[in-house]
Structure formats: C-alpha cells, structure tokens
Write a protein that binds this ligand. Sequence first.
Ligand SMILES: [Zn+2]
Length: 363
Amino acid sequence: MASRKNTQLQSEEWFGTMLAPGERATLSVVITQSYAGNNISIPVHVWRGEKRGPTVAVTAAVHGDEINGTGAIRRIIREQPFDVVAGTLVLVPVVNILGFEHCERYLPDRRDLNRSFPGSTGGSLASRMAASFFKQVIKRCNYCIDLHTAALRRTNFPNVRADMSDPKLAEFARAFGAELIVESKGPKGSLRASACKIGCHTLILEAGEVWKVEPTVVEYAVRGITNCLQFLKMIDGTLDEPEYRVETNTTTWVRAKQGGFLEFHVAPGDIVDKDAPIATNTDLVGMQRNVVTAPRDGIVLGMTTIPSVAPGDPICHLAFPRTGTLHKISGVHASLSAKTLHERVRGDLARSMLITQADPQSL
Ligand SMILES: [Zn+2]
C-alpha cells in the first residue's frame, strides 16, 4: 500500500547536488576534457517546482555561434519572468561550449555536434560530448526546446520546427505560439531527432542570426518558452496566441543564377506572390543583370544577409503553406499593428539590409 509520504515530492539529485521541491540552483555538468586534461563543464540552471510535473530542458548554442537562445535563457535565469510551480525546468545556455569558446558553429575536430547525437562513449570528440550531454540531461527530460539561429550570413524569421506526426509534440509545438511551423523530423544525428526517438518531445526554434543577441528575437523566444511551460501547467498564466498560424512541410531556397550584388525587395516574414520580385542582381557598378522572382506564393522564412552572391548561392528561403492558407492570413498579416511582436521582429530583422522597390520596367 502506498503511504502518503511516497506521494509527496522528495529531494532529487541533479548533477551531484540534492535539490528539494521549490529549489533552484546553477550547477556544473562535466562534458569533456581540454587538451591539458582538465575537466570542461557547462553551467546548467535547474529549477524545481513544489508539485509533480514534467521535466523540460531549454537548450541553446548546440551550434556554438548561435547565441540568441543563450540570451533568452540568461534573461529567464536573471529576471525570473515566471515561477515554476510544478515539474522541473533545466536551462542550458550553451551546450557546445568548445565551439562557443571560439565563436564557431563546430567543434575543434570540425564536426557538427548537432549531427552527433545520441553519441557514443567510444566515438569521436563530438560523439563523446553528445553522449555525455544526452545521458546526463536529455534522458531525464520529457520535453526539450532547442534554440537555434540561421547559419552564418543568413537570418531567419522566427519559426518552430517539429515532427507534427507526433501528437504530443504537435500540441507542444502549437503551444509555443509561433506564426510559422515547419513540419520536419530533423536531420539524422540532431539533438531534436535523437531526443524524439527516446520519447523526449523536442522542437527547435530557428530565429535571427549568429553572433548576436537580438532583442526582439529574445523576446520571441522567451514568449514561446513561457507559453510552452503554461501549456504543461508548470507555470501559471494563459497562453499568448500567435497572430496567425501557418504549418507547412514544403520550403525551398531561391538561388542566384549569376554572380553579382543584390538589392533586396522582400524582408524576413514577408508574404510574396508567385513571380513577385525578391531581389535585383546587379554588377558592381549597379547595372542590372537580372531580377530574381518567387517561384510560387509563399512566406519569407529566411534570407541571406550578404548582398554579394555567386551562381547557386542561396538568396531567400521560402515556405509554401497549403493552398488557400496564404489567402486566409494575408489580411491579418497586412493589418498587424506596428506594436505587435510579429511586426517589431520583422522590422528589426530587415534593419541591416538594403530593401528597395523593384524597378517596374525590369519586371
Ligand atoms: Zn543551429
């Protein structure tokens, strides 16, 4: 017969420290060793609620140069915008500490940590680090929110990526409250795909650029994390619903046909019609070479931030919602107030690009 005592939450061991219900602490997790043979650890903030609930990890900088998520996690730790009342929240500001130390995406052995999960204790440096993190953190979690940015020289309008064929993960991903959800399982060896395989329902947020902590991207990430924790009843409050919702499994990169220098005609988060001008490609003195157009109706998910391109270089990442969806949301999209986070993040991401009207004569 279960005693009353057994139904009450007990202290729990986290990385060598006993944490009582309601306690929070910053702890160290040894992840690998340096060339000098010293232990290398990452800081992990563990926050336990008083009541029973799920264990959720929020991770950032699995790619060591993608630190927008690091900014979001630091804000949660320092400002405590909510109180964890149930379950356990595990906050990891930097997973790939070796890449982070050099402001780089990859590890010193040039491997991608996010293609090395679940890892192996007898494998490469990347594989062993992945195995260590996976065993010590991910295996203890029911859910994970993994925060990324676009790769070098690109930016992303905030979008959630998740395997929407998993009903529990689909609910969790929708709760995040992103306007854009890209349905995908994630590449082999990614933290997301490997975590999902062992029952840790994991989504990623792709937002902004490398090497930056962009204020509105951080705000977007914190709002999404807060929504997810509310959905799981780990914190109090009600969900902040997105301005509209698009779920798609179809995206494509529009690429440069010729080398040249781009003037953009769209910004991240814009809706584009089929054949609408995306960029005008010019030579170095500004004479027009060609106009790059949208292959079909879509939303600008991401863009290059560097205007000089060679043939084949990616210019614009377009998401193609299901037929009729764009028509439904375009009115909402066009009428959004400048005060909404959607519009503020859209404006911020476009701020450092030259965006002009296309020359009507060239179309
Ligand atoms: Zn990444």
